[in-house]
Design a binder for this molecule. Structure first.
Ligand code: PMP
Length: 407
């Protein structure tokens, strides 16, 4: 086989289909988020990021940085091993206890990312519970899909957030057969929120466990940042709550929170947990400081919601179509991959604004969009600049505007 030719032609095919991924090389400026240094290309040197998942700017919070510096100076760079072989440090243990408490669960288990936590946990539950059927929401994240596939458990896909379809699919299975309903709270591309209470009702009626990905909600919702399930008083009705430390908490890592036995079961069997080097202790210490801070302080959450509402109102004023949803994610709909790419290229080159275009296959064709994520660290001037730039580019692209609410 011509290996070199194979890779080249596969990549060419990706480019031709428009699905080749270009990464913007950015150096975030600590203390000046959302400003970042942009490397390469004809764009301005300094840019403002409007699509970060560091939703609250915790990646530059003084408590987080101090905890990381201290851990780095006292314990060194890496964990030095897997959790099983010399890699479990005090910071890991404290962080797991803090996360268990955050979600009102007996225990929590850390992984190196949210992706790994979904993949390893669903993979292990599906492979190890005899006869388990996993009922998966059709818009679940790739990490859940891959974990379920990898487990080789029976898989039933139910239509996104569709309770009638979920119920029909539950009812078609024997009542005493083991079942797990896997879903998310805030869906990352549309920003819609699952009807968690009603899903719990169905799970209880049909004798199913529940697995809830709160990656886009932890730190952001609930009185202590425990996510949508905390806000809605549903944490004790969810079997497994999964989260990330890499988005609102601003650091890195993933976790599950569940009963002590379920966590112990995953700890004992999940290869994605067992056979990999533990998170660096400084990362665990930084995440711990972030979780503790956001548990005690609602100020960042309030400021976040305020910025989101403000940007939505500003977009309404100029008639830019954005998908209504009850979360912090603002999908501004372009509906054309070429225009979407053009707008983001121009934003970067002419205005120093970085937003990654979201095109097919991440979202369905015809729903290409800008996924905008305002944060408490965006200033009023930066918001004005973004709104002005979008208004100009919308006109350049002759994109439709909604009737202006202000008129
Ligand atoms: N679940 C969902 C819904 C996600 O959007 C993501 C990441 N984009 C993950 C899990 C993975 O989390 P992490 O980035 O911590 O690996």
């Amino acid at each position: 086989m011509d290996y070199a030719g194979f890779f080249r032609s596969e990549l060419d095919a990706l480019r031709e289909s428009g699905n080749y991924r270009h990464f913007a090389e950015l150096e975030r400026r600590c203390g000046a988020f959302p400003r970042a240094q942009f490397h390469g290309g004809p764009a301005a040197d300094e840019v403002t990021i409007w699509c970060s998942n560091d939703y609250l700017g915790m990646g530059q919070h003084p408590d987080v940085l101090a905890a990381m510096h201290e851990a780095l100076d006292t314990t060194g760079a890496g964990a030095g091993g897997t959790r099983n072989i010399s890699g479990t440090t005090h910071a890991h243990v404290l962080l797991e206890a803090e996360l268990a408490d955050l979600h009102g669960k007996e225990a929590a288990l850390l992984f190196t990312s949210g992706y790994v936590s979904n993949w390893a946990t669903l993979g292990t539950l599906g492979a190890r519970i005899p006869g388990l059927t996993i009922l998966s929401d059709s818009l679940n994240h790739a990490s859940m899909i891959e974990g379920i596939r990898h487990s080789r458990a029976d898989r039933v896909i139910w239509a996104h957030n569709d309770l009638a379809d979920l119920e029909a699919k539950l009812a078609a299975l024997p009542l005493d057969a083991p079942k797990l309903i896997a879903f998310e709270s805030v869906y990352s591309m549309d920003g819609d929120i699952a009807p968690i209470a009603a899903i719990c009702d169905l799970a209880e009626r049909y004798n199913a466990m529940t697995y809830l990905d709160e990656v886009h909600a932890v730190g952001l919702y609930g009185p202590r940042g425990g996510g949508i399930a905390e806000r809605e008083g549903l944490m004790d009705r969810i079997t497994v709550i999964e989260g990330t430390l890499g988005k609102a908490f601003g650091v890195m890592g993933g976790y599950i929170a569940a009963s002590a036995d379920l966590c112990d079961f995953i700890r004992s069997h999940a290869s994605g947990f067992i056979f990999t080097t533990a998170l660096p202790p400084a990362v665990a210490a930084g995440a711990l400081a972030s979780v503790r801070h956001l548990k005690a302080s609602g100020a960042e959450r309030a400021a976040h919601q305020d910025r989101v509402a403000n940007l939505r109102a500003r977009l309404d004023e100029i008639g830019l179509p954005h998908q209504e949803n009850p979360s912090h994610i603002i999908p501004v709909m372009v509906g054309c991959p070429v225009k979407c790419k053009y707008i983001t290229d121009r934003l970067l080159a002419d205005y120093g604004i970085y937003i990654q275009p979201i095109n097919y296959p991440t979202v369905p064709k015809g729903t290409e969009r800008l996924r905008i994520t305002p944060s408490p660290v965006h200033s009023a001037a930066q918001t004005d600049q973004l709104v002005g730039a979008l208004e100009e580019l919308w006109a350049q692209c002759q994109l439709a505007r909604l009737p202006m609410a202000a008129q």
